[in-house]
Design a protein around this ligand. Structure first.
Ligand SMILES: [Zn+2]
Length: 327
């Protein structure tokens, strides 16, 4: 019997959290994405291979985007919320982990009509609005991986929504910088950044209320930020006009990346306020991060590392390796 354990632990020296989820041991080696629609669990007709649909967008009587619980969640809602304080702090692995299949077609999202991207983003915000009602979920993270190098385990276009019982350091840092900027200048940081970037020579395109630009200090080569005018604190607060413009901008930039840089593994992620906070002065936006280093979307979105080896397990493995050697 395999007992699945999940815990979020905080490194006492840096304050950085790590998600330990033994479920991920099933993925010690990343599977190569089956690029065969016949064996793809996300293609229409294969719905029985995934968890049941939680919500969907339908067009002409068939789904064009659908959401369901991840088959191997890093965190689960059924867990009881508990935490340990002191030098070694931890929180139980309570959370949410959903998959959003973004199109019925088994091809990259930006190769499809832009309406698919609009519907996919709309479904993501609906799921986040719903999950936000669970007050235990302090952070809601949306991200999508494209390509093996970005950690995608399925070639079919899909996104993920993860709810966390903590506010990771990177999310807190964004919130705190927005608050500090507002206290100093009276203005939202992301609004001012839009104005500065509009004349800084890093603009990629403007799509209605959304500005796409390469950020001043990118973490990744060819990183692009999609920043809507007057954005609320969280992607779940996006207006239909902001969502549509963001989808159009994302579609266009992904096409431009492919033409200009070549096929690039990429993580798209939403940045915003913690889920249960008013988030005044914080503006949500989407970041497109080409992944030339190995990693997963959750790391990029929240700063959390996700891996499968509990230190207890590691120590045991090392101890038995030593005892075999000294025998
Ligand atoms: Zn498929």
């Amino acid at each position: 019997v395999v007992v699945v354990t999940r815990e979020i632990r905080r490194d006492p020296t840096t304050g950085e959290e790590v998600v330990l989820s033994s479920e991920r041991t099933l993925e010690r080696r990343p599977p190569s994405p089956p690029d065969d629609p016949q064996s793809c669990p996300f293609c229409p007709g294969q719905e029985r291979f995934t968890r049941p649909t939680i919500a969907a967008v339908e067009r002409a009587g068939a789904w064009v985007a659908r959401a369901f619980a991840n088959r191997r969640p890093v965190l689960v809602v059924e867990e009881a919320l508990s935490s340990r304080d002191g030098l070694l702090q931890s929180t139980s692995g309570v959370g949410a982990h959903e998959v959003i299949v973004e199109a019925p077609e088994h091809v990259p999202l930006h190769h499809l009509p832009v309406e698919r991207t609009v519907d996919a983003l709309t479904l993501a915000t609906l799921r986040m609005q719903d999950l936000r009602r669970d007050m235990r979920l302090q952070t809601l993270s949306w991200f999508r991986n494209h390509g093996v190098g970005a950690g995608a385990s399925q070639a079919h276009p899909h996104a993920q929504v993860v709810g966390l019982p903590v506010v990771p350091r990177r999310v807190a840092a964004f919130r705190d910088r927005c608050a500090a900027h507002r206290a100093r200048t009276g203005r939202p940081l992301m609004q001012e950044l839009r104005e500065v970037e509009a004349r800084a020579g890093r603009l990629v395109l403007e799509q209605g209320p959304v500005m796409a630009f390469c950020p001043f200090a990118p973490r990744h080569p060819f990183e692009v930020w999609l920043v809507p005018d007057g954005a609320g604190p969280h992607l779940a607060d996006a207006t239909p006009a902001q969502l549509e413009a963001t989808a159009r901008a994302m579609h266009a930039v992904l096409g431009a990346l492919e033409r200009g840089v070549g096929p690039t593994p990429l993580t798209a992620l939403a940045f915003g306020a913690p889920a249960q906070e008013a988030g005044e002065g914080i503006g949500w936006h989407i970041r497109l991060a080409p992944r030339l280093l190995v990693g997963a979307g959750l790391e990029e979105a929240t700063g959390l590392a996700v891996h499968s080896v509990f230190p207890e397990e590691a120590a045991e493995v090392l101890r038995s390796a030593l005892s075999v050697k000294t025998r």
